[in-house]
Design a protein around this ligand. Sequence first.
Ligand SMILES: Nc1ncnc2c1ncn2[C@@H]1O[C@H](COP(=O)(O)OP(=O)(O)OP(=O)(O)O)[C@@H](O)[C@H]1O
Length: 429
Amino acid sequence: MNSHEMSRTLLILAIGICIGFMVGAGLVFSVLVFCRSGRKRVDVEKSGPLRTEAINVHGKGADSSVTSLSDSNATFESPRTSEWSNTSFWLEGLRRKNAVSVCGIPKYSYKDIEKATSNFTTIIGHGAFGPVYKAIMPTGEAVAVKVLGANSRQGEQEFLTEVLLLGRLHHKNLVGLVGYAAERGRHMLLYIYMINGSLASHLYGENHEPLSWNMRLGIALDVARVMEYLHYSADPPIVHRDIKSSNILLDKYMKAKVTDFGLSRPEMIKPRLSNVRGTFGYLDPEYISTRTFTKKSDVYSFGVLLFELITGRNPQQGLMEYVKLAAMESEDKIAWEEIVDPQLNGNYDVHKLNDMASLALKCVNGVSKTRPSMRNIVQALSQLYKKPKRNSSQAAPSALNEVSIEVEQPETRDFSIECSEELRRLHSR
Ligand SMILES: Nc1ncnc2c1ncn2[C@@H]1O[C@H](COP(=O)(O)OP(=O)(O)OP(=O)(O)O)[C@@H](O)[C@H]1O
């Protein structure tokens, strides 16, 4: 080989090495891009395994039918259909044939639930959403299944809210959402079964022993704690909008858990007018007149709930008129004993009763700004709960006097996860 041929061979070799290197680099790059996009998809679906393991029944959950949400024009308070057809990841996840979970909530098939409810024969209640069934899962675990009534657009919207919110809210006093189903145009929500039913059934039903004073105080504190969590620890803060005794469920230890987030909304930084929603008897009059729901509207409903616990009277049957009359009769020192639930048979601490009723009265103040915050309320109720029983001759410093009312400033927050962003966008219209 002469020197000319040698330099040609070396040149060809160098070009070959360059091409090889570029092809190799291209391949490595492609693999990296593929892995990234793959990981993104896994992120959407990965948050469920813990819950999935806990009830362990959704192996068959991948169903081939497509949920009706894809062609739904369900809306929140101001209809804007186009945003519902956005391919945001969670809605896409609800539709996706083989999705196993969305926002951490595992998906079940219609067949799984049909079997677990013995073909929908185990009805335990009926609400605005539709019928509620008890289901026994293959693990032996009992769950409550809420079935959305057919053709209910309002219900579809509430269904989405529940899945999106409860997927990211975690508190011991919330009724856990353990699954959902969305196929054959039917939507279902699966919750942990609360063996002692609703607080309303204990206050008004005939099949229960009357609740003791201490139980009532404990229930009030449980509910206040979860409300405080929603208002101050959830990101973005959440207003429940439907606090009432039928949305408080009791577990086997009579611990209270809040349910029904269908009407809940992230707190609006710039509140906008919306249609009045909620339950008659619990609605903040300021919300009715301004049509703007705030944390303090939840506080109002909570105040009504406190009076419900004190009196054993139904807010939908004139409870607040009854309370107002009692409060008017003797303005300097209200004799709350006159309105206390006769089922208590006098078994309560008068001082605690007075403190709890005074707190309730502050919560239902007509001017929302003067109502205590849920933080103040938790503080006051915790002090009451742990306070030893006093006899009437002892001086009674009120737990409420030690609690100052905090004036809230609007907060601006970063919404860190996609579910939150999607929720805020949908709800703030
Ligand atoms: N997780 C659960 N465990 C046990 N029972 C439940 C559970 N969820 C609901 N129920 C029962 O089903 C009934 C209906 O519940 P649902 O939340 O649908 O309606 P509601 O709160 O009573 O009324 P509305 O829908 O008008 O607010 C409840 O009163 C309760 O007895």
